[in-house]
Design a protein around this ligand. Structure first.
Ligand SMILES: *[C@@H]1O[C@H](CO)[C@@H](O)[C@H](O)[C@H]1NC(C)=O
Ligand SMILES: *[C@@H]1O[C@H](CO)[C@@H](O)[C@H](O)[C@H]1NC(C)=O
Ligand SMILES: *[C@@H]1O[C@H](CO)[C@@H](O)[C@H](O)[C@H]1NC(C)=O
Ligand SMILES: *[C@@H]1O[C@H](CO)[C@@H](O)[C@H](O)[C@H]1NC(C)=O
Ligand SMILES: *[C@@H]1O[C@H](CO)[C@@H](O)[C@H](O)[C@H]1NC(C)=O
Ligand SMILES: *[C@@H]1O[C@H](CO)[C@@H](O)[C@H](O)[C@H]1NC(C)=O
Length: 759
């Protein structure tokens, strides 16, 4: 008897794969009251579970503002279990709309009002009709690897993943499955995240943002009036094109280059780590996310798109595999050879044992164990597969003049009504970003939306089926916590652990006006004036508008309606600092972190072996002294000729033999010598680093993060150094007792000895 054990190599039949949570991903949902979406083909091909998606998500974002894009993906990224690419894009067009019916927009103009589906507002639409029609009639790229899938025709609507050419909205299946795509598209690239950062050069130069796309231009009337036309996808066929076919006087095609989108190249960086079979948090306890600076291209109707592409490691999907590996191809009737990597002496030997690239092959693992074969769950249409989600329509608005050059951070509400099981694979409510750091004088923009048609039996407070949120400061901490923080940077307002709000009259939430505080709590500027204890009579949409934060502090807030201790929580935190802070994700490709006042950390290509969230903080002299005095260092303030700079993470950052370049401003003045010292925020050891002073900047190299400060010496200072040194410990004594003869600070760079000691 044959025993079959199914090994699931890839969750290819389980449909649950990428879900956009902020901005809310539709997953093709419109406003369905059921748990499942009505129509998986409405706008695009997600290949996700029917339960995913949010009903409503229309917000506006100011040009230049920061928006945290958050998602969950199921089959891992930055993880050897799959090769993963995440592509973030957006498009704007006056025709982009959510529509008012869950039916798919028709493919036949006679089914649309005025015979024009582009303008039939009942139907949701992203890409437009002409775009799809062109794709439907266009030659497909026959150089692509299609495995043993039988594509119905050689047109761009048939692909390995969609061999029958199922239509979803007006999306072009070939474009959906391949990136960067070779034909013009309306999609502007935001970011590409990859497991292989060496691919970034390719993405950055091939992005349609910076590079135009060639196409065969055929007059619209010809396309409109002719059936079964085949639009060439290459120059030769385009030059030879005639309509009617073979009619020398027929309509011609013109091979043309459509201009690029004329935008900056997208961000390209390593993916964040995520595990497989998991739709939750990545490392660090938050879902995967990307902070997007909303472009300065205002438009009333835009849509955001995220694609998630997982490729197997069973063959070199990116390098070796193309049409010559297709089954039935005249060069290779047997298809892709998967025996190569298995160590079989010959291909036939491997294939006899079942190592064949086809659906659900049965492999004979043990030569001697009778006829036992194990079946592998392989689907060649999905072995290497792309998932997708898209937002509802949002708008980009021109920022008013007073926001020019200001940092504006969007704070929104993600999630939907229900308990964790009822909402899955969507998420429960949360503020996003959940913890936000802002500097004094930056802006926060509270805004959210929701639905009135969630499933009626989903748990939650207030009227069944409805989403509402509000923001109130939590009450202060009652009991002590932890062992005490060395330096209390900011006054703390409210505490995560409290379910009671602070009394309004004492609230200093972000130092907002009393009116704003009441609005955020009661949605007073958005309600219809009825029963409001659970905000039922407010609208689903709320907007406070951008507000300047003026008072440093740590503010903890919650939503009184949705927070339900021991069942669900909706709490957020905003940390307002005086110190200047800049964070940047930098990977193998390198990059810069630059503060406004000119200090800069520069990481060359190859210095980092993985993606690092690098953070540079500037504490002014007084704050730096205060912070560092909390340990034993007791550094003297009269020698410091710069602010303090903290580069985190504080440990070793680079691969062996590499450094990062750092520079920061030093006080003007004539010093006989200048030195940079490094310590850590909790350390008591100061290490001297060779530095160069140039143009008012101390420049040096370091392999580690830490706290850095410059010290200037004059000869008098050097002589008096013994006295100061007694205060500051061995390291600085060593420096101070050293005799400096050089007058020119630049020459100090030649000084090679380092001094370190414990205080
Ligand atoms: C997905 O990966 C395959 C390689 O497996 C590549 O050919 C394709 O262009 C990628 N598509 C997207 C949308 O990233
Ligand atoms: C995006 O910004 C938020 C809020 O400032 C921060 O917590 C988060 O770490 C940032 N994400 C990334 C990937 O840098
Ligand atoms: C808190 O949540 C539980 C579980 O969903 C629910 O039974 C209870 O009614 C909620 N509390 C309020 C005040 O609605
Ligand atoms: C709270 O408000 C009351 C009334 O305005 C005031 O008397 C009291 O001092 C305030 N308390 C704090 C801690 O600010
Ligand atoms: C949490 O939910 C349970 C029922 O699931 C309910 O009995 C309890 O009262 C809820 N807690 C609160 C604070 O409402
Ligand atoms: C980073 O900074 C260095 C030195 O200031 C500069 O030469 C370089 O162009 C910067 N690179 C980027 C990507 O900003």
């Amino acid at each position: 008897m044959k025993i079959i054990i199914v090994l699931v190599l890839l969750g290819s039949t389980a449909k649950a794969d990428i879900y956009l949570h902020n901005p809310r991903g539709s997953n093709n949902r419109l406003d369905e009251a059921g748990r499942e979406r009505n129509n998986a083909n409405r706008l695009f091909d997600s290949q996700n579970n029917d339960r995913g998606g949010y009903n409503v998500g229309n917000l506006y974002y100011y040009a230049g503002s920061k928006l945290m894009i958050e998602w969950t993906n199921q089959h891992s990224c930055m993880n050897p279990k799959s090769h993963c690419e995440i592509v973030l894009q957006y498009m704007c067009s006056s025709m982009v709309r959510d529509g008012s019916t869950t039916s798919t927009i028709p493919d036949n103009p006679t089914q649309c009002t005025d015979y024009d589906c582009n303008t039939d507002l009942r139907y949701g639409m992203h890409e437009n009709y002409d775009y799809y029609k062109n794709c439907r009639s266009r030659q497909r790229n026959t150089g692509l690897f299609t495995a043993d899938q039988k594509l119905k025709a050689d047109r761009a609507r048939f692909t390995r993943q969609n061999p029958t050419g199922t239509r979803r909205g007006y999306e072009c299946p070939e474009e959906r499955d391949y990136y960067p795509y070779w034909h013009p598209t309306p999609w502007r690239d935001i970011a590409v995240m990859t497991n292989d950062a060496t691919k970034c050069d390719y993405y950055l130069t091939e992005s349609e943002n910076v590079k135009g796309r060639w196409f065969c231009d055929i007059p619209r009337e010809t396309l409109a009036n002719s059936k079964n036309i085949e639009i060439p996808n290459n120059k030769d066929d385009c030059d030879a094109f005639r309509y009617p076919k073979n009619d020398v006087n027929g309509v011609k095609g013109t091979w043309k280059q459509a201009p690029s989108h004329s935008l900056e190249a997208p961000v390209c960086i390593e993916n964040q780590f995520s595990r497989d079979n998991h739709l939750g948090n990545g490392l660090g306890g938050y879902p995967l996310n990307f902070n997007w600076t909303v472009p300065d291209l205002p438009h009333p109707s835009c849509a955001l798109r995220i694609r998630y592409n997982v490729s197997t490691a069973d063959y070199e999907a990116w390098d070796d595999v193309d049409a010559s590996n297709n089954k039935g191809n005249h060069q290779n009737a047997a298809g892709l050879d998967v025996t190569k990597r298995q160590g079989f002496a010959t291909r036939p030997e491997g294939e006899q044992r079942g190592y064949i690239f086809k659906n659900n092959p049965q492999v004979q693992l043990f030569k001697d164990a009778g006829k036992l074969k194990l079946q592998l769950a392989i689907n060649t249409a999905q072995f290497g597969r792309t998932f997708q989600d898209r937002s509802h329509v949002f708008s980009i608005e021109k920022a008013p003049g007073y926001l020019n050059d200001k940092v504006v951070q969007n704070v929104n509400v993600r999630g939907k009504r229900g308990n964790i099981v009822q909402v899955y694979p969507a998420v429960e409510y949360d503020f996003i970003p959940n913890t936000l750091e802002l500097m004094v004088d930056q802006y926060v923009h509270f805004q959210w939306t929701g639905s009135n048609t969630n499933p009626q039996n989903n748990d939650g407070q207030g009227r069944a089926g409805t989403d509402r949120s509000n923001v109130v400061l939590q009450r202060a901490q009652i009991y002590p916590e932890g062992s005490g923080v060395a330096y209390v940077v900011n006054e703390k307002h409210g505490h995560w652990g409290r379910s009671y709000p602070e009394m309004v009259r004492n609230t200093t939430l972000l130092d907002l006006s009393q009116e704003d505080i009441i609005n955020l709590a009661t949605l007073r500027n958005r309600q219809f004036g009825g029963e409001m204890s659970e905000l039922d009579d407010a609208g689903t949409y709320y907007d406070l508008g951008p507000r300047k934060v003026t008072k440093a502090g740590v503010y903890h807030y919650l939503s009184t309606r949705n927070n339900n201790f021991s069942n669900r929580s909706q709490k957020g935190r905003i940390i307002v600092t005086v110190a200047e802070i800049k964070e940047s994700n930098i990977g193998w490709n390198g990059g810069n972190v630059t503060l406004k006042e000119g200090s800069n950390v520069y990481i060359g290509r190859g210095a980092f072996e993985r993606r690092v969230s690098l953070r540079l903080e500037r504490w002014d002299r007084e704050e730096g002294i205060e912070r560092m005095q909390t340990d034993a260092t007791k550094a003297p303030d009269d020698n410091f000729i710069s602010d303090f700079y903290q580069l985190s993470p504080e440990g070793v950052l680079v691969v062996e033999g590499k450094n990062v370049d750092m520079e920061f401003r030093v006080q003007p003045g004539s010093f006989d010598d200048v030195a940079v010292y490094r310590t850590t925020s909790r350390g008591s050891t100061w290490t001297k680093i060779d530095a160069n002073v140039d143009n008012g900047f101390a420049k040096f190299q370091t392999s580690e993060g830490g706290v850095f400060v410059a010290i200037g010496y004059t000869r008098a200072g050097v002589i008096a150094g013994a006295v100061i040194g007694a205060l500051i410990g061995v390291a600085l004594i060593a420096v101070a007792t050293f005799f400096y003869s050089r007058k020119n600070p630049q020459s100090f760079s030649g000084f090679k000895r380092t001094f370190a000691g414990r205080v």
